[in-house]
Design a protein around this ligand. Sequence first.
Ligand code: SAH
Ligand code: SF4
Length: 353
Amino acid sequence: MKNKDFIDRLEQKAYLQKEEWIALFSSYDGEDRAYAAERARKTADRYFGKQVYIRGLIEFTSFCRNDCYYCGLRRSNEKAQRYRLLPEEILSCCKAGYELGFRTFVLQGGEDSYYTDERMETIIREIKARFPDCALTLSVGEKEEASYRRFYEAGADRYLLRHETAQEAHYNLLHPPEMSLPHRKECLRQLKRIGFQTGCGFMVGSPGQTPETLAEDMAFIHELHPQMVGIGPFLPHKDTPFAGKEKGGYELTLFLLSLIRLMERNVLLPATTALGTIHPKGREEGILAGANVVMPNLSPVSVRKKYSLYDDKICTGDEAAECIVCMKRRMQSIGYEIVSSRGDYVSIEKERE
Ligand code: SAH
Ligand code: SF4
């Protein structure tokens, strides 16, 4: 094991310098990963015990005005199958999810101009009125601060907006010129300021990622101090400019989950669908590496294949009821239990000082 010292220092709340992160990402080995996973799981157990939170993911629109080079929903992908769920359909996904025990719904989609602020506000209010004991998470990209505020005032609780990479040159390699890292970061700061439980994150192994860019990611996460962090492996999509690129590393994704857990101890950290796609036991091993959230799909089966961010996405054929049974079994197999609660972020600022 080459990096026990770094991992121990992280656990003891000593933040690493960028050069140290770079050294770690340039030299870690299998023993480092196993050790980090063990320490990270201990940390997660301290805050969450053997409980795993669930979020019901509703992929409500596959239209997108953006053109991110990695994503199958990008506007230039003429082969993408576009759909949008109507408010009634979204509400019936929530109802089905509620009956299955979900107390958080995540509305995720491309940046779709049909869903104006007004339409978003209406649907947010309706969901919160019908399911007052549930949390609502939005993941609909970059908006004006006034729009974010409007969504928050309508009752949305959380917002996921991955920063994708914290290094500008790398950001510009993944996105067309009309998108920018400073704007992305500004959106994240606004979301946090408004009061959302805010999530950033990135794809592991995206084209152009290096130990240096990962060091920037860790520094940015530490600085933003978000309530949630979403990471999963980059997976190529056949109809994008990155079709021929390598997948992200499975082991590196698990290692990063552990390091993020050690650095941001009580953060809400999902074992993502992409992790389950790259490896059949990805979500289980993600939990064992320090994650504490899973996000089963609540979208109607008829649209699941069309919400194609990357190739070979799992869980596109099963009804929500089957997904939750499968997920419960998976968590039980590793000694963990899915709980039916909102699973909000709990601040530990005092302990952090
Ligand atoms: N449009 C919104 C939400 C949908 S995309 C947004 O961009 O924020 C949600 C996430 O999917 C993105 O943040 C990205 O990190 C991830 N994603 C997109 N394409 C991917 C790919 N090819 N492989 C892995 N993850 C991908
Ligand atoms: Fe659109 Fe999000 Fe895909 Fe970018 S990652 S093209 S914003 S859906």
